[in-house]
Design a protein around this ligand. Structure first.
Ligand code: FES
Ligand SMILES: [Fe+2]
Length: 347
């Protein structure tokens, strides 16, 4: 499906963010991931687990069911499943049919995020996860914080496309975090088998509107803006502002934030979107959390409106591509290649 080949929806063999670690507790958390209902919770010993959220008896949602110790008791007829997915109790009979299991998914907590593997469990290799070091998590003097979870009524690739084309900062976010320089400055790219990286260096340029409000200094700045896309759904961004080298005290850092966007397919036409960032102080984080709500709203608006158009048109005409689309095209190709490999492995 758009923008992938017909029949291609999303790679399955990959780590996706299922939840922020802080969202997972005693209470059952329901979330659609890769077109499957999933339930997340924390066992009594503190381990976070993820199981499929559909009771195999009559398809009742296990996320709307009840915790019994570390197990889930289906809210419809009481069949009970352990955290490993095995059925432990059938109220109407003593024997438990062998078919009564639900999938339990590998789940790894790392940094602010709980990462799920919904594909072939034998391929769930933790070394494929981005390391905290490479995403700039836990840099000295930086405090990481989970900001928002949003359920977005648009296919996940629209959010990946958004994050892989930061020329939109100057327009969709032109009144807040972007300027025209975001669109006019060419970017450099670097691709390997795990990630696609892009950077823009904007020198002697004006500060975007929302940053102007934060600093006494209002002169020209040297900016670095970029994104590292770890396939299939994690974007580690960098936003650095220094006093422009042309100025007295040039080179002094005004702000150096890391931002993290996790994009996880929910259903075929909706996505889970997790935004987090780090900054040098709690005060800076509190003001960013307040200011960025409207920025994320703009991205969600764009995504949901585009979804309405492409899902309603009888035929989606081919996009008219520009040079600046190269990063997004490379990202799409990388994901398509993952899906093609999965398809080939099935044959
Ligand atoms: S639907 Fe779950 S026990 Fe019947
Ligand atoms: Fe955006």
């Amino acid at each position: 499906m758009y923008p992938f080949k017909p029949g291609s929806f999303a790679p399955r063999n990959g780590w996706y963010v299922a939840a922020f670690v802080e969202e997972i507790g005693e209470t059952l958390l329901s979330r659609w991931i890769l077109n499957q209902p999933v339930v997340l919770y924390r066992k009594a010993d503190g381990t976070a687990v993820a199981v499929n959220g559909r009771c195999p008896h009559r398809h009742y949602p296990l996320g709307a069911s009840k915790r019994v110790g570390d197990a889930i008791q289906c809210g419809y007829h009481g069949i009970t499943f352990g955290a490993d997915g095995k059925c432990t109790f059938v109220p109407s009979q003593l024997t438990i049919p062998g078919v009564y299991t639900i999938p339990a998914y590998p789940l790894v907590e790392r940094g602010l995020w709980a990462w799920i593997w919904m594909g072939d469990p034998d391929k769930a290799d933790e070394t494929l996860l981005p390391t905290l070091e490479e995403i700039g998590y836990g840099l000295p003097g930086q405090i990481p914080e989970a900001f928002y979870y949003r359920h977005v009524n648009g296919r996940y690739q629209l959010l990946n496309d958004n994050l892989l084309d930061l020329t939109h900062l100057g327009y969709l976010h032109g009144t807040s975090i972007g300027t025209q320089a975001d669109a006019e400055t060419p970017e450099t790219r670097d691709l390997d088998e795990r990630r696609l990286s892009s950077r823009r260096h904007m020198n002697d340029t004006s500060m975007p509107p929302s940053y102007r409000a934060l600093f006494d200094y209002q002169g020209p700045v040297d900016r670095v803006s970029g994104m590292d896309f770890y396939f299939p759904g994690f974007h580690a961004g960098i936003a650095e502002f220094r006093i422009a080298a042309s100025q007295p005290s040039g080179g002094d850092v005004l702000s150096a934030n890391r931002v993290w966007h996790a994009v996880t397919p929910a259903t075929r036409a909706s996505a889970n979107y997790f935004f987090a960032m780090s900054s040098h102080s709690r005060k800076a984080l509190a003001s960013a959390r307040e200011n960025l709500v409207s920025v994320i709203d703009e991205d969600v608006f764009a995504t949901e409106e585009i979804e309405k158009i492409i899902s309603t048109l009888d035929d989606v005409p081919p996009e008219l591509m520009l040079k600046s689309d190269q990063t997004a095209v490379m990202g799409r190709r990388a994901l398509q290649a993952m899906m093609d490999r999965e398809l080939a492995a099935q044959d």
